[in-house]
Design a binder for this molecule. Sequence first.
Ligand code: C2E
Ligand code: MG
Ligand code: MG
Ligand code: MG
Length: 277
Amino acid sequence: RAKAAGRGRWATFDEAMREEAMRILDLEADLRRAINGDGFMAFYQPIVRLTDRSVVGHEALLRWSHASGGLLTPASFVNVGENSSLIEEVDWLVYAQVADRIAHSSGGYISVNVSPRHFRDSAFAERLLRLMDKAKADPHRLRIEITEVALLDEAPRVLNMLKHLRGHGVLAQLDDFGTGFSALSYLHRFPIECLKIDQSFIAGLGSETRVESEAVVRAIQALAGSLGIQTVAEGIESLHQQRLVRELGCTLGQGYLYGRPLPELVESVEPLEILAG
Ligand code: C2E
Ligand code: MG
Ligand code: MG
Ligand code: MG
């Protein structure tokens, strides 16, 4: 009897695994179709100067308009892509759209997310610059967002890549800062223009982890100040959070308070009086 029950459990487990595998295969096939079609789009979210809310740039964020699932954000499919390297192909679709957008607009920078996978490709920087050149897009208006992990993993290679890109006007910002290893000791060796303070700390400012979050933001601010680099506070949703990050010394912000990611670039966001009212 015990044996039968055991076998039953395994059968159920197998079934669940099989279903999960099928789901991933389905998603991969869908991804593949979308790459060849026009399912992937770059959306753009404004980044503003906190003093006057002028728009200094945008971050390009991947959206997948899936036949059955509506508009999907990366969380729902990036894992599948990461495993099968499809995400690199998807990234290149985003970069091509961004190059095009830069060529046909004026104004601030557009930053793109670069997954650590790309750093294994020694031709990455050259390929990105060629793409910009072909689109007749000014590389000074392109920025890349990388995470701290990338700096640790392939330090010498990444350093060369960042220098190469910077030499052509493409600046780098560190994304989700504060969540990784924050190996502060070697940060100064990399040409980093800006630290993007992870949104978990901004969310934490108004919650029961207020003291810890404030300490982290303060420390990042002090570090950035001493290195002479800027910070962007990510995920600002309320005027309260805006006031707190300004008090802590942040100069730039990004979040739903200023605008959600949209298919178009914006030239301005709601003025302070309207948002305050
Ligand atoms: P990220 O680079 O840190 O991007 C910021 C995320 O925070 C975005 O989520 C954005 O929509 C969201 N966000 C912005 N303001 C607020 C706010 O006020 N409140 C809250 N709760 N969220 C806010 P999204 O678009 O879902 O992207 C998630 C992550 O997926 C990104 O985090 C990035 O790591 C990755 N990703 C996005 N687009 C691309 C891409 O084209 N290529 C690669 N490789 N990764 C991408
Ligand atoms: Mg980012
Ligand atoms: Mg981020
Ligand atoms: Mg993030």
